[in-house]
Unconditional design. Structure first.
Length: 279
């Protein structure tokens, strides 16, 4: 099943509403937390098999140490609580790392990979893949997936999850700026860049773009993760901080969507995901 544009818009709006209410009522003290609907519904018309697959990933992910059921906005949900400190600390020890590990929400990962599928992209390249959730969601949706992650501890985490749930989402331990993407035989890839531009993601994206030959660029989508947080008020926050790179790289925006992430949990604004192609 391919989620259509209007359906994605409605699911995204309802997820944001769910997150903001969850943020208001949550009393826990965990380092990271996220909420996931348990059942297919009018607010979340996601195939039950897909929802179950997302929960299976979270339940077998060692960053989460507890879960409990709750009802938010009349939606039956599971709350997952976790701690990423050891992964966060290890991930900043790599010279090429542009952002410490901090995961997007699982349903956000599903929505943005669904957007890539809706736009007819065939492969997911999860750059700075962390625990592999974006690549995994692409796998659930029937796309070809690759997760490029420089941190061996995070790659081990991905491999452990993969073995537990018996799903291969192709984690590759490699420096994303040195990896030969042209060697993968890609047809219509979507590159998900796992780094905010204000924290060096612009350098990561620029170096990856420079490593793509022109024929691959013509077929590629670059999905850029941005921020409108007041934390970056002294930076250029146009297009989530990506305006300069978009202009300099000859990119044009084809879609965008703002959705919850672990790092924006305590914010009233969400994290923008900007889908671009080479013009």
């Amino acid at each position: 099943m391919i989620l259509e544009s209007k359906m994605i818009e409605n699911i995204s709006k309802n997820l944001i509403s769910l997150k903001q209410e969850f943020r208001r009522v949550y009393c826990g003290t965990s380092h990271v937390q996220e909420i996931m609907p348990l059942d297919e519904s009018d607010d979340f018309p996601i195939p039950q098999n897909d929802l179950d697959s997302l929960h299976i990933f979270l339940q077998n992910n060692s960053i989460y140490y507890d879960k409990f059921e709750t009802k938010i906005n009349d939606v039956n949900c599971m709350v997952y609580e976790g701690d990423i400190n050891k992964y966060w600390l290890n991930s900043i020890g790599h010279e090429s790392s542009t952002q410490p590990f901090s995961p997007t929400w699982m349903l956000t990962a599903y929505i943005i990979t669904s957007m890539a599928k809706m736009l007819n992209y065939k492969e997911i390249l999860d750059i700075g893949s962390g625990d592999g959730r974006i690549a995994y969601c692409g796998k659930v949706l029937g796309l070809n997936v690759y997760g490029i992650e420089i941190d061996d501890m995070l790659v081990d985490l991905q491999n452990n999850i993969s073995k537990k749930i018996m799903a291969n989402f192709n984690p590759i331990c490699s420096d994303a700026v040195k990896f030969d993407y042209n060697s993968l035989g890609l047809t219509q890839p979507a590159f998900f860049i796992g780094g905010l531009p204000q924290m060096g993601g612009d350098v990561l994206a620029s170096k990856i773009i420079s490593n793509l030959d022109n024929s691959l660029k013509e077929k590629s989508c670059m999905v850029l993760t941005g921020s409108y947080s007041e934390k970056y008020s002294f930076n250029d926050t146009r297009d989530g901080g990506w305006k300069k790179l978009i202009d300099e790289s000859g990119l044009e925006i084809i879609k965008s969507n703002s959705l919850p992430t672990a790092w924006s949990f305590n914010q009233t604004t969400e994290t923008p995901y900007i889908f671009t192609k080479f013009s």
